[in-house]
Design a protein around this ligand. Structure first.
Ligand SMILES: [Zn+2]
Length: 183
């Protein structure tokens, strides 16, 4: 990564040996290692939801406003925003901190927002087997706000609905009204 970033600087017309840039390739390499921990394969997403509690609770559980930062794989610039996740338990629930950790896990890959939304929903569906899962991601993309049609603050909203959230309009409406009431 260090050699590669040095080449990118040269390609830009910069001098990678000038004082301010001399350690930059090393810093950038270290930073990407931190930001892309998903690629290390050290952790499996399933493990985050390993500890489950058997609980007779069959109402919607909503975890709103989970802040995240990920990296757009098309331009390698960040996209940042909030995730809102809900599920209707089958026969088990997970601790409150686990859902934000799932969001964090999938943020640590070169990503696109649509895939990240789907991955979060599908993991929860696969591991917890709830009656339904809903995931909404709202994010602002630096590749949109810094270049081209510069639109600061423009956000993109992606949604993945599974199970009851997909089939039952009332459930979906309750979820949407509760996440949008929280601001
Ligand atoms: Zn992009």
């Amino acid at each position: 990564m260090e050699d590669g970033f040095r080449m990118i600087l040269e390609g830009m017309g910069e001098d990678p040996n000038r004082e301010g840039l001399i350690d930059t390739p090393k810093r950038v390499a270290k930073m990407y290692a931190e930001l892309m921990t998903g690629l290390s394969g050290e952790m499996k997403a399933e493990d985050i939801l390993k500890t489950r509690f058997h609980e007779k609770y069959d109402e919607m559980i909503i975890v709103p406003d989970i802040e995240f930062a990920s990296m757009c794989e098309h331009h390698f610039l960040p996209f940042t925003g909030k995730a809102h996740v809900a599920y209707i338990p089958g026969d088990c629930v997970v601790g409150l901190s686990k859902i934000p950790r799932v969001v964090e896990f999938y943020a640590r890959f070169p990503q696109i927002q649509e895939r990240m939304t789907r991955q979060i929903a599908e993991l929860i569906q696969r591991v917890l087997q709830p009656k339904g899962v809903a995931v909404v991601l709202e994010a602002s993309h630096m590749c949109m706000t810094m270049r081209g049609v510069k639109k600061p603050g423009a956000t993109m909203v992606t949604t993945q609905l599974l199970g009851r959230f997909k089939t039952d309009e009332k459930t979906r409406a309750e979820f949407m009204s509760r996440i949008y009431a929280s601001r």
